[in-house]
Ligand binder design. Structure first.
Ligand SMILES: Nc1ncnc2c1ncn2[C@@H]1O[C@H](COP(=O)(O)OP(=O)(O)OP(=O)(O)O)[C@@H](O)[C@H]1O
Ligand SMILES: [Mg+2]
Length: 312
């Protein structure tokens, strides 16, 4: 993993107007970077704004405020059609529901080739077919599958088709929004391992959105924890699991069942109470341990540093 930034997210906001006087602040001032070749895991409970973050980064929604810098260029700034096309090719998304995200009336070949067609990546039908066949094999399917329709496949196979579709335009960055949550547990690891293999072979960078903390630890280099539209903690995976600092992260981790039943019984559970925070000032993102950032006030920062800065 390099320390070169591929994506820089600066003060990103997505506020939905839900009525004349009501606004949902689904994403409310996010700041984080994603390095080239890494997997950045985004976790948090249902409704905290994970999908909205992914969709805003990839410009399915216009941002209410803030910037997404991709390879040094602002994705949300004024862009001509050619620039937009380039971004659309560089960034791809894999969705949670492999049933809903594939058009049931299209053959697998055409689903996978759709992006290739838009970007003119195959010079003729022969090359188009050859590329689709190669992609099918890359994701663990085979060329006979090209002429079938989505309903003829299992959930795991459909997700592989979704992955092939994303890969077809040769992206550098993939946002995977809970790509395994809808799959049988027995299939989940296979799809995660496929994503890891592809990352290794193609040098891909991932934003991996998930509920399941054990899976996200397994796949992610770094993890960001979201709570009500804000990031409360960002750290290397191991450091986040070994030294959770923000009380919300501690509560999330304390809810994961452990395999050792004795330890499991004696273990402390934390319930997060957002009212227990210092309110003397607006919290800011601060670096408590090297590379380990926590949303906190100056007072909380001093406390966290005393507790966590030097522990191994
Ligand atoms: N298009 C929309 N219009 C209005 N509100 C929205 C819209 N999309 C999402 N929201 C609201 O924004 C908040 C964040 O939703 P989002 O889907 O991003 O959460 P999430 O973390 O992905 O949740 P889950 O884990 O259930 O997928 C929720 O309160 C949701 O109801
Ligand atoms: Mg979601």
């Amino acid at each position: 993993m390099s320390q070169e930034k591929l994506v820089e997210i600066k003060n990103l906001k997505q506020h939905f107007k839900t009525g004349r006087h009501s606004v949902v602040k689904a994403v409310d001032g996010l700041n984080f970077d994603i390095f080239k070749g890494e997997t950045f895991g985004l976790v948090g409970e249902s409704g905290c704004g994970k999908s909205t973050t992914g969709r805003t980064i990839i410009r399915l929604y216009d941002a209410t405020d803030g910037e997404v810098i991709f390879n040094g260029e602002n994705v949300h700034g004024k862009k001509n059609r050619e620039d937009l096309k380039k971004f659309n090719r560089e960034m791809q998304m894999i969705f949670q529901d492999p049933y809903a995200s594939l058009n049931p009336r299209m053959k697998v070949e055409d689903i996978i080739a759709e992006g290739m067609d838009i970007h003119g990546l195959a010079k003729d039908d022969k090359e188009r077919k050859a590329k689709v066949h190669e992609l099918l094999e890359t994701v663990g399917l085979n060329k006979e599958h090209a002429n079938r329709y989505p309903h003829e496949f299992s959930g795991g196979q459909r997700q592989r088709i979704g992955i092939a579709r994303a890969l077809a335009v040769d992206p550098s960055f993939i946002i995977a929004d809970e790509p395994i949550s809808a799959l049988d547990v027995s299939i989940q690891a296979q799809v995660v391992n496929l994503l890891k293999k592809l990352q290794h072979e193609k040098g891909l960078t991932y934003l991996f959105i998930a509920h399941d903390l054990s899976m996200v630890k397994y796949i992610s280099d770094r993890i960001g924890v979201m709570y009500f539209g804000k990031l409360v903690e960002v750290a290397d995976s191991d450091d986040l699991y070994n030294h959770p600092i923000h009380p919300y992260t501690q509560s999330l981790l304390s809810a994961i069942p452990l395999p050792d039943p004795d330890y499991e019984r004696s273990r402390e559970r934390f319930t997060y109470n957002p009212n227990n925070h210092d309110t003397s000032e607006e919290p800011e993102f601060r670096e408590v341990r090297p590379g380990h950032w926590v949303l906190c006030t100056t007072k909380e920062f001093d406390f966290y540093k005393k507790e966590h800065a030097t522990t191994k």
